[in-house]
Design a protein around this ligand. Structure first.
Ligand code: CTP
Ligand code: CA
Length: 236
């Protein structure tokens, strides 16, 4: 059941969630993409709404419907996502970066469809780095930017999927990423180690820059979303 108006742990709060996977255009008909479905981000937006937050979902190619009762802003590329974040996030209380943002994009966009020709070999793709939107938000907050629009959120949340190896555990890599990104919370999904759970069961650890003990959560994406939004409400 929905909480009564104003009664939730996030009531009166503005939460921006990014979700889905960006697409980086090569030409008018082709792109580089990734397999993100957007399900976790959509579940987070719904969970924040259920806790009473006013929610904006910035969506890149969701494979699932957007939840009702949240604002929706569609974007395509990492740079469009960056523009939307810079425009919409100042003044919000929380930014949750659940989107899978392409680290690279084609160096050149070809305005007319690329053709193959008989005498020419396959073209070589040159990629360039995309902006790191999460790190950019952290840096903008540290610099005190957008103060006239309410400033950057007190809580900036990153997501990561990590695997462990012989020398480092998933949590080791996650702690490194939390420190490198400078965000306040990092939600780490342990991938590639099926431990007898069904494929739709996730296992995450929520890490805190404050040094608080990590919180573990397991279950469906909705279960994980509830655990993450509760941790956010507790941290605010
Ligand atoms: N992210 C971002 N902008 C990018 C890349 C990632 O904002 N260009 C955000 C993601 O939305 C996520 C977090 O950063 O919340 C971590 O993404 P991840 O891909 O794990 O981090 P990277 O720094 O790109 O590290 P890796 O080399 O492991 O991909
Ligand atoms: Ca990445």
């Amino acid at each position: 059941a929905l909480p009564l108006l104003g009664s939730g742990a996030l009531s009166g709060r503005r939460v921006v969630v990014t979700a889905g996977g960006t697409r980086e255009a090569l030409d008018p008909v082709r792109f580089l993409g990734n397999r993100s479905s957007g399900k976790q981000g959509v579940a987070l937006a719904a969970a924040a709404r259920d806790l009473g937050a006013s929610v904006l979902l910035i969506a890149a190619h969701l494979e699932v419907p957007a939840p009702s009762g949240v604002e929706l802003l569609n974007v395509t590329s990492a740079r469009e996502l960056q523009t939307a974040v810079e425009r919409e996030v100042p003044g919000a209380d929380v930014l949750i970066m659940a989107a899978a943002v392409a680290d690279f994009r084609p160096a050149q966009y070809v305005a007319s469809k690329m053709k193959k020709t008989d005498d020419v070999e396959a073209p070589e793709l040159t990629l360039v780095r995309n902006p790191d939107i999460l790190a950019g938000a952290v840096a903008a907050r540290a610099a005190g930017e957008a103060a006239e629009r309410g400033g950057w959120p007190d809580l900036i949340v990153g997501f990561a999927a990590e695997t462990g190896d012989e020398s480092h555990s998933v949590l080791d890599y996650a702690r490194q990423k939390l420190a490198r990104k400078g965000c306040d919370l990092l939600v780490v999904n342990e991938v590639g180690e099926s431990k007898g759970f069904a494929a739709d069961v996730n296992e995450v650890s929520i890490l805190f820059a404050s040094g608080a003990e990590p919180v573990r959560a397991a279950g469906s994406k909705d279960d994980v979303a509830r655990a993450v939004t509760q941790a956010i409400a507790d941290a605010l």
